[in-house]
Design a protein around this ligand. Structure first.
Ligand SMILES: [Zn+2]
Ligand SMILES: [Zn+2]
Length: 346
């Protein structure tokens, strides 16, 4: 099969011919129909993720059809249209048994713990626990955009942030994660303030449901600007970018007993950012993470997509071919373009 492969961290990946994958006993092989490009792939390529072993094929936001199933797989068959969360739980450990597959002790991550979906085919483990059937109404490219940023944002807003109607929600960074978070928070009835550095992304954020926007280049103090708009601070705030500055601002712009959810990855030199711990104690702030979402929670999200309350299709930006993926991957840290880029030609 054709796959995007890199042999050294930080060296240009190339489209190469590699052996077709075979399913493990509990796994499946999926014919990839669409796969999203994400900054996590860039981190993996740069060598920031200890799970990545060379040579490597990135890609973790995928949708496709089941091509082959392992001996122990009972719930899926050839031809099924599916997607998977980027963290697949083993289904047996303490965390999985408590319903928290997203922090499984033996998690499978396509494109990180194994070769991923920047390829014609991808092998996925623990299929019975993690595969999600796609409704007929959901096309592959929209489904591919769900697997990482959209589900992580859904969990961040709904399950971790516990956003309610009328809450003020601040979203720092209007890339794929941030735009997803804005759409989901608005659907939950919250008032969303979006923060970014470019007017185009802030315009897009308004289209996704933000009621106010802040251009961080144009205000003296982002935290004060959020406080003023929200009359005292956000109830819930999301760092959707993953940078020491946005992380700090997202915590500092909360009102008393507010909740910060870190969604943007902080790896490498940014893995230990300074936080206003004095404020966290004095105001009883909550600091939460969001790391994917369990396959069983897709049901609620899919229901909101099918009824039109959420429309992830609006977040799909560029559609590209596999040959264009190496250059697009290397450019992921430059934050160019609007929405989510998806590989749709293999
Ligand atoms: Zn597990
Ligand atoms: Zn991702």
């Amino acid at each position: 099969m054709k796959a995007v492969l890199f042999e050294q961290f930080g060296q240009p990946p190339r489209v190469q011919n590699v052996p077709d994958p075979t399913p493990s006993a509990e796994g499946v092989v999926i014919k990839v129909e669409a796969t999203g490009l994400c900054r996590s792939d860039w981190h993996g390529w740069m060598g920031h993720d200890p799970d990545v072993v060379l040579p490597h094929v990135p890609g973790h936001e995928l949708a496709g059809t089941v091509l082959a199933t392992g001996k122990q797989v009972t719930r899926w068959k050839k031809g099924d249209r599916v997607t998977v969360p980027f963290v697949g739980g083993c289904g047996r450990c303490f965390e999985c048994n408590s319903g928290n597959h997203q922090v499984c002790e033996h998690q499978f991550q396509p494109g990180f713990t194994a070769w991923g979906s920047f390829a014609e085919y991808v092998a996925v483990d623990y299929a019975d626990t993690n595969l999600v059937a796609l409704p007929e109404s959901l096309d592959f490219e929209t489904a591919a955009s769900l697997g990482c940023r959209f589900v992580t944002s859904f969990r961040a807003i709904v399950d971790q942030g516990r956003v309610g109607p009328g809450d003020w929600v601040a979203v720092h960074g209007c890339g794929g994660v941030g735009l997803s978070a804005i759409m989901i928070a608005a659907a939950m009835g919250a008032n969303v303030v979006a923060i970014d550095l470019t007017p185009e992304k802030l315009d897009f954020a308004r289209q996704m449901g933000a009621v106010a926007t802040i251009n961080a280049r144009e205000v003296a103090d982002v935290v004060e600007a959020v406080r003023e708009i929200t009359r005292g601070g956000a109830h819930v705030s999301i760092d959707a970018l993953g940078h020491p500055t946005t992380c700090f601002n997202s915590i500092a712009n909360l009102r008393r007993r507010g909740r910060h959810v870190q969604v943007g990855l902080m790896l490498g030199e940014h893995s230990r950012p300074p936080v206003p711990m004095d404020r966290i104690i004095g105001w009883e702030l909550e600091i939460l993470g969001s790391h994917g979402m369990q396959a069983f929670r897709y049901q609620a999200m899919m229901a909101m997509i099918e009824t039109g309350k959420l429309s992830p299709r609006k977040l799909v930006g560029k559609r590209i071919g596999l040959e264009e993926a190496p250059a697009a991957l290397m450019a992921m840290d430059r934050f160019e373009g609007l929405g989510i880029s998806v590989i749709t030609r293999f």
